[in-house]
Each structure stands twice: as structure tokens, then as C-alpha cells.
Design a protein. Structure first.
Length: 266
């Protein structure tokens, strides 16, 4: 059964900041993080995103298609020493630009500086992670690649739907998948622009079996969505959609003639 996406009003999205964990905000501002990462925070609002998704201390989470690990480190700080973060990258990602992401992740995790992070350099279908073991999963600026396709013949609605089903199986009941992506319009070439066609994505999300919500937290009206996201004039400041997908809690089976309580007239 499809579920309509519940869009949070802009003011509701901005109000998330009031619930940011103070310890996380302090850790993000710390000089222990790379200056380049801290410079990205204004556009990415990591503390507010984490708060909106409900990710906190002690959780087990996965950073899907983690690239160089900006959000891997954010999530590591959010879950703290009693939590765990899997930093997942498919082998194809690690080959980009002469191993740019591979080298960046290696440097980020050097000397065990993020001790609660485990690197997982495998495709999503081959993770070897126990089903139902994650409290949350997250992917930033990657879902459009799943839908648009990274290679010729890849992508499409079925690929996006399959991605969601695998992640849902990895989550425990009540677990959350957060998706941040570049907002794309239906009438544009979003493959060329590296954006997510949100109109095309809507029925895929609605049919996924998740409870789907979206926030205006990362929207930017100054981006007219006609420019490729790597263009220096807009890079890091694109109009972005933030989805919160919650795996429904398990419900007890309905009463039947075989399992009805004693005395039930059925």
C-alpha cells in the first residue's frame, strides 16, 4: 500500500535546531574535525539533520555510499563511544578519480581516530551485515545516482526500489533511513545535472513500505535547479530534499480461529 509523503512545513523544519544535542554541536565545532569539513557545515546543517532523523548515542547506523566520510564522522560523533557506524562504499565508488574517496576515507580513519567506525567496502547486496540489526541508515547526495544510474544500463525505478528494500531489511522495526539529495525538477535533465527528480521519486518512496516524511530544512530558493551541482556557482549550496523513512514497527498477527484467545467466540 502506498503512503503519501508527509511534508514538514518550512518553519517546522527550521525548528529542529531547537532540539539539537548540545554535546554533538560542540563536537562538530571542535578543532578535532578537519577545517574543510567544518566549512561545509553551514550548508549541510549536520546537527539539525541528525536531530530530525532521531539518531543519537548508542545507536548502530550505516553511512551508505559514504564517499570520503564527511557524514561518517558526523554519525560517529552522534552515536558516541557506545554506538557503532558502518561506513559503506561500493567498490565502484572507491575507484573514482584515482581512488579519491578511498584515500580520503583511509586518511579519516587513520590511527583509529574514529574508533566506533567499521569500514565496509562492499556492494549493498554483499554487506554481510545481519538483517534487522541497524537502528538507522543514511545516505547523502547519492540516491539520485541509484535512480539515474552510475553506469550505462543501470539505474531506473526498479533499481531505486530495490535499494530501499535492501536497506529496509537491514533496519530493525522502527529504524530510520535518512536521504539527502539535490532537488531536481521533472522537466530537467537530472542525469546531466546530477539531481534527483523528486516527482519521479515520490511513487517509489510511497510504495516502499516505509513511513515517509520530508523536511524543508535544507531547501534553498536561491538555487533555480538548472545548474549542474558541481558548478562552482552552486556547489555546496544546492536546493536539497531531506527524507525521513521509518520502517513500520512489527505488529502482532491478527487473531484467527487458530490463535484466538480462550473464550473468544471466533
Amino acid at each position: 500500500m502506498r503512503r503519501k509523503i508527509a511534508w514538514a512545513a518550512a518553519l517546522a523544519g527550521l525548528a529542529v535546531g531547537a532540539h539539537v544535542n548540545a554535546d554533538l554541536a560542540a563536537a562538530l565545532a571542535s578543532g578535532d574535525r578537519a577545517e574543510e569539513d567544518r566549512a561545509r557545515d553551514a550548508g549541510r546543517k549536520p546537527a539539525e539533520v541528525v536531530a530530525y532523523l532521531g539518531i543519537g548515542p548508542g545507536m548502530t547506523v550505516m553511512d551508505l555510499m559514504a564517499s570520503g566520510g564527511y557524514y561518517t564522522e558526523v554519525l560517529s560523533l552522534a552515536v558516541g563511544p557506545t554506538g557503532k557506524v558502518y561506513a559503506q562504499n561500493p567498490p565502484l565508488f572507491l575507484q573514482f578519480a584515482d581512488g579519491m574517496y578511498d584515500n580520503a576515507m583511509t586518511a579519516r580513519l587513520a590511527d583509529d581516530r574514529l574508533g566506533n567506525v567499521e569500514r565496509v567496502d562492499r556492494d549493498l547486496a554483499e554487506l554481510g551485515i545481519e538483517w534487522g540489526s541497524l537502528d538507522a541508515a543514511f545516505t547523502a547526495l547519492n540516491f539520485h545516482d541509484v535512480h539515474n544510474g552510475l553506469e550505462e544500463g543501470s539505474g531506473g525505478d526498479d533499481a531505486a526500489a530495490a535499494f530501499l528494500q535492501v536497506v529496509k531489511a537491514l533496519l530493525r522495526p522502527g529504524g530510520v533511513l535518512g536521504i539527502v539529495d539535490h532537488y531536481g525538477d521533472r522537466d530537467k535533465d537530472n542525469v546531466e545535472l546530477h539531481r534527483l527528480d523528486v516527482v519521479a521519486a515520490a511513487p517509489i518512496l510511497e510504495a516502499s513500505g516505509f513511513i515517509v516524511e520530508a523536511s524543508a530544512l535544507l531547501r534553498n530558493p536561491a538555487d533555480d535547479r538548472t545548474t549542474m551541482v558541481f558548478d562552482p556557482t552552486i556547489r555546496g549550496q544546492t536546493d536539497r530534499v531531506l527524507y525521513k523513512l521509518t520502517k513500520p514497527p512489527e505488529l502482532p498477527p491478527p487473531a484467527s480461529a487458530d490463535n484466538a484467545p480462550a473464550g473468544d467466540p471466533s
